[in-house]
Design a protein around this ligand. Structure first.
Ligand SMILES: Nc1ncnc2c1ncn2[C@@H]1O[C@H](COP(=O)(O)OP(=O)(O)OP(=O)(O)O)[C@@H](O)[C@H]1O
Ligand SMILES: [Mg+2]
Length: 559
């Protein structure tokens, strides 16, 4: 700001020197005094150029750092925010905030911010200078300022709204692009790429409309800002000429006045797009801080003293998703369940009954709305998150692999585990196919790497869950994508692992249920029955229906 300010003020010194030249050497027809003044002009020009250069040099590095820092903070925040936040926010909106909005903010800090301050200062200084040169001409020149100020205020409100809309539409567009790239197989298989292209075109047409509206607003403001002062300047020139003719004003002062007024043209004209840019940066900053100000889960301790109760215990656990329709019952309406230490409990229930949701409560991906969950007597809310995540390992229903090597993907479950543990985990998951991959354990998989089959991915996810030899293991339908033969092999190996851990295994098939010591049936948000597979087959018609593939109707009749 100081460099740009000095550079701009040096421009304002030029008219003073010009007055000296016109009223001195030129008026007296004596050119001997011209050289020092001409030299002064040259030096002023050089100073201006040098100072603007300095500004550019010193501004780039810190601003790149600011942008990097803001982006890093946003990324870290996104990682910390709870799953419920990510359920609500489309990824494209987050993406556009991390990219284009931050870019707009950096540009604003680099240029418009500096020049909003500098140009206002120059404008005020120049105006004061014009008043000292001749107050009558100064008043004439300033007349357009009044309508311009009123107009600018209206502009700002309209332009802010349009900028915000454009940025939101940009985010929507990013979401469409992302979904259509991730879902490209489905789109093609269903011949839906045209529909998606249509959708994209619609969004980008909306964005174009908004951008044109912004250009329109800015264009009108610009026309007023450029046009009105020009008229005033003409009036000042005519008045000045009359005053000079009547000897009420020196020719040098008129020259100085007019060149001051001309020097103020850029500061005034630039105000239009500087304000436009400021409005845009303000709404970009708003969007950025909407995410940054999202409350993070605070961890109120349970207030319960740890007991020497071993295993996993759910007590009166209730849960509903924040966006569940009003009037519907809670998805989990009072779960009481005890998994004894070292025991494997299978959780069964109709599809959509809340099994995945229940397992997600254990590593605290969601917080129960009531009730408590204890691990070996300690409430999960009282465990530091790292500790909790070390104790509990999860294999999710949808096995996600990251763009990294097989080794890195599996070792996510236990960073720094030795090669034997890694080999053991792959063995348990029957992931022998890894050896036949082009580069074995070092093969890149995930989005940027080799595509694996559903069953291969599922086995790697299983290996990831067991590699850390966790105390508590949660497996959400871990064998669903395997053929009967492989399933049997995995089950045999898994039995050894399950013998030493306390496990909750979501199961749909009798074969998976048989891995467990006991089975719990989830129905209507409650645990309807607990017992061994055979006990439940005997005593619980609903369970029998679920396992045998009887139709709903038959099950209900049997009940
Ligand atoms: N993130 C979410 N936000 C809102 N509702 C959700 C969310 N995830 C799941 N639901 C709803 O909660 C209910 C239970 O889902 P959940 O995934 O727990 O079922 P599930 O028992 O695991 O079913 P499946 O056997 O098909 O895997 C469903 O009706 C689903 O629509
Ligand atoms: Mg599920």
């Amino acid at each position: 700001m100081a460099a740009a300010g000095l550079a701009s003020l040096s421009v304002l010194a030029v008219p003073i020197v010009l007055r000296g030249i016109v009223d001195g050497p030129i008026a007296h027809h004596d050119l001997s005094g011209l050289w020092p003044l001409a030299l002064a002009l040259l030096l002023l020009g050089l100073a201006e150029a040098a100072l603007f250069g300095v500004r550019r040099i010193i501004v780039a590095r810190p601003l790149a750092k600011v942008e990097t820092k803001l982006r890093g903070d946003l990324f870290a925040k996104l990682q910390r925010l709870p799953i419920s936040f990510h359920d609500r926010w489309p990824s494209g909106q987050l993406l556009s905030r991390a990219t284009s909005d931050l870019f707009v903010m950096r540009l604003f800090l680099a240029f418009p911010l500096v020049f909003l301050v500098v140009n206002s200062t120059v404008f005020l200084t120049g105006t004061a200078l014009m008043f000292t040169l001749d107050w009558r001409l100064a008043l004439i020149t300033l007349i357009p300022a009044i309508p311009l100020i009123i107009y600018t205020r209206r502009f700002e409100a309209g332009y802010s709204a349009a900028s915000r809309l454009a940025q939101d539409q940009n985010g929507d567009l990013a979401t469409v692009v992302e979904e259509s790239v991730l879902g490209i197989r489905i789109l093609k298989a269903f011949g839906r790429h045209r529909t998606m292209a249509e959708e994209f075109r619609r969004h980008s047409a909306d964005l174009r409309e908004t951008e044109l509206r912004k250009a329109d607003l800015l264009g009108n403001l610009w026309a007023a800002i450029v046009g009105l002062p020009e008229l005033a300047l003409g009036a000042a020139l005519a008045t000045g000429a009359v005053l000079v003719a009547h000897d009420e004003l020196s020719a040098g002062t008129l020259v100085a006045f007019l060149s001051t007024a001309l020097a103020l043209r850029w500061p005034v004209e630039s105000i239009g797009w500087l304000l436009g840019f400021a409005a845009e940066a303000a709404s970009a900053a708003n969007r950025y801080f909407e995410v940054m100000d999202e409350p993070e889960p605070t961890d109120p301790p349970s207030g319960e003293a740890p007991s020497d109760d071993r295993g996993i215990r759910f007590t009166g656990v209730r849960f509903r998703y924040p966006d569940a329709p009003a009037g519907t019952p809670d998805l989990l309406a009072g779960i009481d369940l005890h998994i004894r230490p070292g025991e494997t409990l299978a959780l069964v229930g109709a599809t959509g009954s809340g099994k995945t949701t229940l397992t997600a409560l254990l590593p605290r991906l969601y917080e129960p709305t009531a009730g408590s969950i204890t691990l070996d007597g300690t409430d999960v809310r009282d465990l530091p998150r790292e500790e909790l995540r070390r104790l509990v390992a999860v294999a999710f229903e949808e096995p996600t692999l990251f763009s990294a090597t097989v080794r890195e993907n599996v070792l996510m479950g236990a960073p720094g585990a030795d090669p034997q543990r890694l080999a053991g985990a792959l063995d348990t998951a029957q992931a022998g196919f890894v050896e036949r991959l082009p580069e074995g354990l070092d093969t890149e998989v995930g989005e940027q790497g080799l595509s694996l089959s559903g069953g291969q991915r599922q086995r790697l996810a299983l290996a990831r869950a067991v590699v850390g030899e966790p105390r508590f293991l949660v497996l959400d339908d871990p064998l669903s994508a395997l053929d009967v033969h492989t399933e049997a092999l995995v089950e045999r190996a898994l039995r050894r692992v399950l013998a030493d851990t306390t496990a909750l295994v979501v199961a749909h098939r009798p074969s998976t249920v048989l891995l467990a010591d006991r089975v719990a049936l989830l129905d209507d948000g409650r645990i309807a029955a607990v017992g061994t597979h055979h006990e439940l087959l005997q005593s619980c018609p609903a369970y029998r229906a679920l396992m045998s593939g009887e139709s709903e109707l038959e099950g209900a009749l049997a009940r």
